[in-house]
Design a protein around this ligand. Structure first.
Ligand code: NGQ
Ligand code: ZN
Length: 453
């Protein structure tokens, strides 16, 4: 028996529609969408506007353990790089069990914030001594299991991290749990291929950054003919990375990547903060996704991605919660726009010909996120996963509001609390603002923190 959801209003690819019946199969894929329908007996009745669930295109799950604890001025020169040292200290202590417990609770909070799938940029592979676990995929499997328990979709991106700086520099002690050779990396990919061949999961390639891999490694990994796996990389997040790349190669990081590697729509360039005009044009032209993480980029003092110029070039973007100082679609999208307003001293910067900022931000990051995750999501349509976010139709701020103003209210005047129910792959995972595992998962998270911090 297919199951059905009845939405009073829903955001469909062609626009907002009333009385929408969404039918999905046993695997959680949409098989029918009907507008102007009447609610059949047995359908789940949504109590507010229904949106496609948002992909979260960038996560380092374990970093949730330290979110909010690095907001202390320990050094007048505190920066991304001093934060990274604190992060490495946490890395040195975590066990596989703790990583799973941290990720489980994190993913629950993500669902409550409106994300229905996550791209996990996973580089914490080995034991504290840098030796692989008996199962080299142990940590990856922990993360997959956490996602399954929370009920969130996942694109697992096992990371190739081989060096400590441009030109194949030796990794530091703090990086030893991350390190693989090309060979051990490809074996890890192979081992995980089957784990990821189930609905709601996807496996992708990932290079930590141009600091961590060589061109030869990128070419070897990408050499698998006919492969359509998504590919992610951190790039040009900090001015120091740009300076180091210039010193090493005479080119800026994004420029170097485009000059040396065929970048296409499979790629997601995380941050790309320090992109100049030529790099912005190259990125937009390649159809790669810019993976923007506004709250983390603000938190780490990265700078502002030239989003307005990128949009004018027709660039594709999506959002990620990265270090997890925020687990909220609202905050990422709001700060993406606010960054541009503060920079340009004008209002309403990011929009398309419809002129609606919230409407643009939500639709663009659905499409870019779905592309970056390589998952059938981001729109309520036949063939996609039934990933839905139901806003609180009883909320006074949403009363008498229709169309994209619903998104305007939520993204610019609302909070996570406006997210009432969340469905992933045809299953309700958040109902009335609560997740079935949240109490138990919260306890396990707290115990992991007690042991690890
Ligand atoms: C990371 N995180 O790998 O977790 C990075 C910092 C680095 C962010 N860029 C470390 N947010 O880039 O070396
Ligand atoms: Zn990152």
């Amino acid at each position: 028996m297919p199951r059905t959801v009845f939405a009073p209003v829903a955001l469909l690819p062609e626009g907002w529609a009333e009385r929408v019946l969404i039918e999905f199969d046993r695997n959680g894929y949409v098989i029918k969408v009907e507008k102007g329908a009447s609610a059949p007996a047995g359908a789940d009745q949504c109590r507010g506007p229904v949106l496609p669930g948002m992909p979260n295109l960038h996560s380092h799950a374990f970093q949730r353990a330290m979110a909010g604890l690095a907001e202390v001025a320990l050094n007048p020169e505190d920066s991304f790089w001093t934060w990274r040292e604190l992060m490495y200290r946490l890395v040195g202590r975590l066990t596989p069990e703790q990583v799973e417990d941290i990720a489980h609770y994190l993913y629950i909070d993500m669902l409550k914030g409106g994300y229905t799938a996550v791209a996990e940029f996973h580089y914490l592979h080995h034991g504290p001594d840098g030796k692989p676990y008996a199962d080299p995929a142990e940590m990856s499997r922990r993360v997959l299991h956490a996602a399954e328990r929370a009920g969130i979709g996942i694109t697992l991106l096992p990371v190739l991290y081989a060096h400590g700086g441009f030109g194949g520099k030796t990794p530091s002690d703090g990086q030893k749990r991350f390190i693989n050779s090309t060979d051990s990396y490809l074996k890890l990919q192979e081992a995980l291929a089957r784990d990821c061949a189930v609905p709601g999961r996807r496996l992708g390639f990932c290079f930590h950054s141009l600091r961590a891999v060589t061109l030869e490694q990128i070419k070897t990994v990408m050499g698998g003919a006919g492969d359509d796996r998504p590919v992610h990389v951190h790039i040009a997040e900090q001015q120091k990375e740009v300076d180091d790349c210039l010193a090493w190669s005479g080119r800026r990081p994004i420029q170097w990547l485009y000059d040396n590697v065929g970048i296409d729509a499979r790629w997601c360039l995380i941050h790309a903060t320090h992109a100049d005009a030529g790099e912005v044009a190259a990125m937009a032209g390649s159809k790669a996704v810019a993976g923007l993480c506004p709250t983390t980029e603000a938190n780490l003092g990265d700078g502002l991605f030239p989003a307005l110029e990128f949009l004018q070039e027709g660039g594709r973007l999506g959002i990620g919660s990265d270090s997890h100082v925020s687990l909220s679609v609202v905050e990422e999208l709001r700060w993406l726009e606010y960054g541009q307003r503060l920079k340009h001293e004008r209002r309403n910067r990011l929009h398309d010909s419809n002129k609606h900022v919230a409407g643009y931000l939500y639709r663009a990051s659905l499409a870019g996120g779905a592309q970056a995750l390589g998952q059938k999501m981001g729109a309520i349509e036949v063939g996609n996963r039934a990933d839905l976010v139901v806003l609180d139709g009883q909320h006074p701020l949403l009363a008498h509001i229709s169309g994209d103003d619903i998104l305007g209210r939520w993204l610019f005047a609302g909070l996570n609390r406006m997210v009432k129910d969340v469905m992933v792959g045809g299953e309700w995972v958040v109902q009335d603002g609560r997740h079935g595992n949240e109490i138990e998962a919260g306890r396990a998270f707290a115990a992991a923190i007690e042991a690890a911090i």
